[in-house]
Write a protein that binds this ligand. Structure first.
Ligand code: CAA
Length: 390
């Protein structure tokens, strides 16, 4: 059964971006993915090309440097990139949803021209900085500070787990302006990494998505102008959460792409590999695993595309899509870990070998259950909304 039979609502534009992303990913990214995974180097060349193709600001209107397409187009393109390499997908997802979406939704005209255009057009790289060493899932408890002095804010503190931190040109930063107020004392700022006081710190050695650089960032008397504040003082936490809703759809799409690649490899292997006188796909133990993998992939596809449509709708209605995003992220990321684990098992020793990409899919899938809100946080968000507690 083809993807189209399972989701027959794609327009010609969707088909076009999916095919373009698929061709590019398979031709230019898949052949270099293992090498960059091994070295942990940032893949500047292919990321720049993705920018030129419009993949770094898919939903951003053309006047701000983007491709002016919809959320489903973004998800379809991201899925294809992640089938080839999840590291490229992570960089793309942060630029599109964690950076560009927030600026588009909450930025002033001047901010969009200065901070959105270069990132959406692929000339610069954006990052999102919420987490701190002592503030992860409990994002409202951060210790970094911005103190206002006249028309400036002086920012100090340490942020951690910043995707693209070692290479980002601009960062959306969340920091405390009024600690007494808890999460209502958090404010968002647009940070220019070339300015003094912005210090790239420890680069994280990671299990997976190794070509996407992640680091700490230290702020030492960094001076942000009032015009660089995103939204009003105290609105930062809501901005961070709104943006994460969008980000979580991207992670769902990433998980879907990784799982599809692992499934395709497993199917092929089950058709070719022989044991005990027959193809291993003829053993029920393997065949039923393939059936479960396929079923969960297609269920995830529907949830991720459904969340994309909910986000698209929200552009007109203003309604939140928190529930759809969290459900899609939770299910798809758990699914990707199940599918990539099964893929290693079906491949046996070859699944464990770096000669095939299967072990990379397995390592890359694992982060999708952690970043942009762990599976436990998604369950918290979903259950609170269902119980009417939020
Ligand atoms: N949209 C808009 N507003 C929201 C919201 C959403 N999705 N979720 C919560 N809010 C608002 C609430 O309405 C509430 O507003 P009021 O101040 O008016 O009351 C406020 O935010 C606080 O909400 P909660 O009381 O629910 O807050 P909480 O402290 O209980 O935390 C949480 C909620 C869901 C646990 C949240 O802290 C959370 O999502 N934590 C996980 C953080 C996370 O995902 N971190 C990953 C960072 S990014 C990353 O991974 C690195 C990277 O570079 C990719």
């Amino acid at each position: 059964m083809s993807e189209d039979m399972l989701f027959p609502y794609l327009t010609q534009e969707h088909e076009m971006i999916r095919q373009t992303a698929r061709d590019f990913a398979q031709k230019e990214i898949a052949p270099i993915a293992a090498e960059f995974d091994e070295s942990g180097e940032f893949p500047y060349k292919t990321i720049r090309k993705m920018g030129e193709m419009g993949f770094m600001g898919i939903e951003v209107p053309e006047e701000y440097g983007g491709a002016g397409m919809d959320t489903l187009a973004y998800v379809l393109a991201l899925e294809e990139i992640c089938k080839a390499d999840a590291s490229h997908g992570t960089i793309m997802s942060v630029n599109n949803s964690l950076y560009a979406y927030g600026l588009l939704k909450f930025g002033t005209e001047e901010q969009k021209q200065k901070y959105l255009f270069p990132v959406a057009s692929g000339q610069a790289i954006g990052a999102y900085s919420l987490t701190e060493p002592m503030s992860g899932s409990d994002a409202g408890t951060m210790r970094s500070r911005a103190v206002r002095k006249g028309d400036e804010y002086i920012i100090n503190g340490r942020k951690s787990w910043v995707t693209s931190g070692p290479v980002a040109d601009y960062v959306v930063l969340f920091t405390m302006t009024d600690p007494e107020k808890g999460h209502r004392g958090i404010t968002a700022f647009l940070i220019d990494a070339r300015k003094p006081g912005f210090i790239r710190s420890k680069k994280e050695p990671k299990l997976g998505i190794r070509a996407s650089a992640t680091s700490e960032i230290v702020f030492e008397d960094y001076r942000a102008g009032v015009e660089d504040r995103l939204g009003e003082e105290g609105e930062g936490f809501k901005i961070a959460m709104t943006v994460l809703d969008a980000g979580r759809i991207g992670i769902g799409a990433q998980a879907l792409g990784i799982a599809e690649a692992a499934y395709a490899a497993s199917l092929e292997y089950a058709r070719q590999r022989e044991a005990f006188g027959q193809k291993i796909g003829q053993f029920q133990g393997i065949a039923f695993q393939l059936a479960d993998m396929k079923t969960q992939i297609e269920a995830s596809r529907l949830l991720v595309y459904h969340a994309a449509l909910a986000k698209e709708r929200s552009k007109k209605t203003g309604e939140r899509f928190t529930l759809e995003a969290s459900i899609a992220k939770l299910y798809a990321s758990e699914m990707a870990c199940f599918v990539t684990d099964a893929a290693v098992q079906i491949h046996g020793g070859m699944g464990y070998s770096k000669e095939l990409p299967v072990e990379r899919y397995y390592r890359d899938a694992r982060i999708t259950r952690i970043y942009e809100g762990t599976s436990e946080i998604q369950r918290l968000v979903i259950s609170r909304l269902e119980l009417g507690l939020r």
